[in-house]
Write a protein that binds this ligand. Structure first.
Ligand SMILES: Cc1ncc(COP(=O)(O)O)c(C=O)c1O
Length: 463
């Protein structure tokens, strides 16, 4: 996405520095519903509220930094995905985006399945009562004990990622007297991110088994021969933060082509395909994500068309949205600690968190927006960079954003759309205490993941 410098705004510079920003919004006080969760609004005092609770009260009760998760929005998004795909398809929430036991219960109540990619995620899911048959187990290097736990628990599918794993899972299943349902994850030769999709260099990565060179066909050959495995389908995941369906189109075509080859060679029509996750969300007002029903329609049409052309029965489709469900439902609330204008450049706003609670900006150059939420302001916009408190100059939360020029220490600012890959990727860098996740719904707030304490840190440090 290209965004350009704009000659308006900050109080400290006549000419704006290079950066990834557009014009300041017409009114900095507006909380754009595109990027904020559904129940966020301002009350009559101008304080932002979520689920009917003001951020000032929430900050007082739970402290900052903290993630606030809009539970009714999360549930509504689950329902929208389930309804869009209907009874003939399966929606697996990708737990890597954010997983907790409360989330697992919400998923069950809203009729979603769950994709996990580690023993820890599997344990969390099982401990919160997710029926094992509704769990898909992913990962490019699952340990023997993880596989054993998954097979023993009776997970609905294990997604095989390598030739070694085909044998490993078969052996473990057989030793337990079971036949494990599996899919094979293939790399289809497309890697898609945001607006573009790239058709080169995609096989040069650690996930999956390449369609190219017949490797995926060989994997199918081997899996079909092993008594411990029941091969139910092919899996493909092509990227993240995707808005354009063109990458899925290529992926579906290539997966269906493999299904046709399998039918021709083995006389078997594999009954399922999984097209993975990766659907994009709005991090800034410039992003235009698709709705679940549009995505479902597009994917169903692509698969039906490709199957018809190949003379195949349409397989059962599954998808694995993570970010598209949880991403928009949470924001991170910070308190401003220092405001440092750099003449001719921008103003650095330091908050009480940083790269330990949101690594995405440093890791992927991700874009976010940010707003003053503890009050409104009529002051002119100033160009800021919101940074954390870590000992790292790359400790940036929001690279370029406009905030009111009367911003001061003690103000609360919030970064929307931090539900996905923020708490789940949070770290203890500088021995930071990872923030809590507080679920808010209908005027009630409850901690679903508590704030870490210094005792938590010291408990692991055995001296
Ligand atoms: C196999 C698989 N499925 C689903 C997802 C979820 O992606 P997203 O959260 O972008 O929807 C990922 C993300 O890495 C993945 O690797």
């Amino acid at each position: 996405m290209s965004r350009s410098a704009h000659p308006a705004g900050p109080r400290h510079a006549d000419v704006l520095p290079e950066g990834h920003y557009t014009a300041p919004p017409a009114d900095l006080n507006v909380l754009d519903p595109k990027v904020w969760s559904r129940t966020v609004e301002r009350d009559e005092r101008g304080v932002a509220t979520v689920g009917g609770l003001s951020v000032t009260d929430l900050a007082e009760e739970f402290g900052t930094p903290a993630y606030f998760l809009d539970e009714s929005d999360f549930r509504a998004r689950c329902r929208a995905w389930a309804e869009a795909f209907g009874k003939d398809a399966d929606v697996f929430y990708a737990g890597k985006a954010f997983l907790s036991r409360a989330v697992v219960r919400w998923l069950q109540e809203e009729g979603l399945n769950l994709d996990v990619c580690s023993g820890g995620e599997l344990t969390t899911a099982l401990s919160a009562g997710m029926p094992a048959e509704r769990i898909a187990f992913h990962g490019n290097n699952k340990s023997e004990s993880e596989i054993r736990t998954a097979v023993e628990a009776g997970v609905g599918r294990i997604v095989l990622d390598s030739f070694q794993e085909i044998v490993r899972v078969a052996h473990i299943a057989q030793s337990l007297g079971k036949r494990q349902r599996v899919q094979i994850r293939v790399t289809v030769g497309v890697e898609a991110h945001t607006h573009e999709f790239i058709a080169t260099a995609h096989e040069d990565q650690k996930f999956g088994i390449a369609l190219a060179g017949g490797q995926a066909a060989e994997a199918v050959r081997r899996a079909l021969k092993l008594d411990g495995l029941e091969l139910i389908g092919i899996h493909s995941h092509i990227g993240s933060q995707i808005f354009d369906m063109a990458g899925f189109e290529v992926s579906a075509r290539r997966v269906v082509q493999l299904l046709a080859e399998v039918r021709d060679e083995h006389g078997v029509e594999l009954p399922e395909i999984d097209l993975g996750g990766g659907l994009g969300i709005a991090y800034t007002s410039e992003d235009d994500p698709r709705e679940p029903h549009e995505i479902a329609k597009a994917l169903n049409e692509i698969v039906a068309r490709e199957c018809e052309a190949a003379g195949l029965r349409t397989p059962r489709i599954s998808v694995e949205p993570g970010r598209a469900i949880v991403g928009p439902t949470a924001f991170t609330l910070y308190e401003v600690g220092t405001v440092k204008p750099l003449e001719g450049l921008r103003t650095y706003v330091s908050v009480d968190g940083g790269m330990s609670d949101n690594i995405r900006t440093a890791l992927y150059d991700a874009e976010y927006s940010v707003s003053l939420v503890s009050r409104t302001s009529d002051a002119a916009p100033m160009l800021t960079r919101v940074v954390g408190k870590h000992c790292e100059s790359g400790d940036i939360v929001v690279r370029d954003a406009f905030l009111p020029s009367d911003l001061a220490p003690g103000d609360l600012i919030a970064v929307p759309a931090t539900g996905a890959y923020c708490r789940s990727m949070a770290s203890n860098y500088n021995h930071a205490l990872r923030p809590p996740v507080v679920a808010v719904r209908d005027g009630e707030a409850r901690v679903i993941v508590r704030r870490e304490t210094e005792e938590d840190l010291l408990r692991l440090d055995v001296g």
